[in-house]
Design a protein around this ligand. Structure first.
Ligand code: ZN
Ligand code: ZN
Length: 332
């Protein structure tokens, strides 16, 4: 199981969510439903592929794992390493947590526990769980009730994983008028709030500016997520007055996220330069939807190093106590 799960992790970090990844996810289900004895017998007699859902590759991984061999996995580990520049590595080494990631509670593929264990193995002290808010029904966004349920889950996990900390957060939708998709009371109880635009990305520049400024001025919002909404090669940047939005971020102590997803890498270079110039805070966050994607922070670190983001202004280089003191203070 461990070997199969590691394969999926490596494919996810290589941004390979295609046929092969799905086949391995299916193989994990089949292997879980099959007894260890049967798996061993079938591995010995070369009949694993007779099981519906086990293909040649997954059979190879299972057979090798049972024999204590790791050739397939080693090659895959090698092939899917995330590169990082020496300058970027300095930023990566300074990061102590990840402030934007999803679990199965919304549209992520892994449990909170799997995400936490991976984050911990990557050297982090904490992670902020930021599943989507209710409005994003396509991503199974969390309403008030489910958010409270999730909080109980997190409490239990924190007891078990101590000293690693899972912070309660949300990626709250910025609605069309700039209001937020969750009531103030609940937002006020969360440790860290990421606010992002996910709908009507093509609205007029003036309207979009008002919308984003209103959101980043909310005392509950700590981080502006993937500000332009672009998907490289697929979806253009939203139009807004960058100076006005980042000035509002700087004035209100709302951090600008460097979104590390390779298809987003938001904000683009020139915009990032503006945010540095205006004195904004930053977060370098993976926006991971799978454990392997938690390894994407190097993409943002390379970008931060290239543009010269001041390391002390990156909020997830701080300790969990410093971060919480910052998100809780109203006049930062
Ligand atoms: Zn988002
Ligand atoms: Zn997200």
């Amino acid at each position: 199981m461990e070997a199969l799960e590691r394969v999926v992790h490596c494919l996810d970090r290589a941004h390979d969510s295609g046929f092969k990844n799905k086949a391995f996810v299916r193989a994990i289900e089949v292997a879980r439903e099959t007894s260890a004895d049967e798996l061993a017998d079938r591995a010995a007699t070369n009949t694993l592929t007779k099981l519906d859902g086990i293909g040649d590759s997954s059979a190879k991984v299972i057979t090798q794992a049972l024999a204590g061999e790791t050739a397939y996995l080693d090659a895959l580990e090698q092939r899917t390493q995330i590169p990082i520049s020496p300058a970027g590595a300095r930023y990566r080494a300074a990061l102590r947590g990840d402030c934007h990631l999803h679990s199965r509670w919304s549209d992520g593929g892994a449990t909170i526990e799997a995400m936490a264990c991976t984050a911990r193995s990557l050297g982090h002290d904490y992670m902020v769980l930021t599943d989507h808010s209710g409005r994003l029904t396509i991503a199974h966004g969390l309403n008030r009730e489910r958010l409270l349920e999730q909080r109980a889950d997190v409490r239990e996990l924190n007891n078990r994983l101590d000293p690693f900390r899972i912070l309660n957060g949300i990626e709250v939708d910025i609605l069309e008028d700039g209001s937020l998709d969750l009531d103030d009371e609940l937002l006020g109880e969360l440790d860290v709030v990421v606010a992002s635009v996910h709908s009507k990305l093509r609205m007029g520049r003036e309207q979009m500016t008002k919308r984003m400024v209103a959101a980043v001025c909310s005392p509950h919002v700590d981080i502006l997520g993937h500000c332009t909404g672009r998907l490289i090669g697929k979806r253009p940047e939203s139009a807004f007055d960058v100076d006005a939005v980042f000035t509002a971020c700087a004035d209100n102590g709302t951090a600008v996220e460097l979104n590390c997803r390779p298809e987003r890498l938001d904000p683009p270079r020139a915009m990032l330069d503006q945010a540095i110039e205006l004195g904004c805070y930053f977060s370098i966050s993976s926006d991971a939807h799978a454990t392997g994607q938690l390894e994407w922070q190097p993409f943002g670190c390379d970008r931060a190093a290239e543009r010269g983001v001041p390391i002390e202004r990156i909020i997830n280089t701080w300790s969990v106590d410093e971060l919480l003191a910052w998100t809780r203070s109203s006049n930062r």
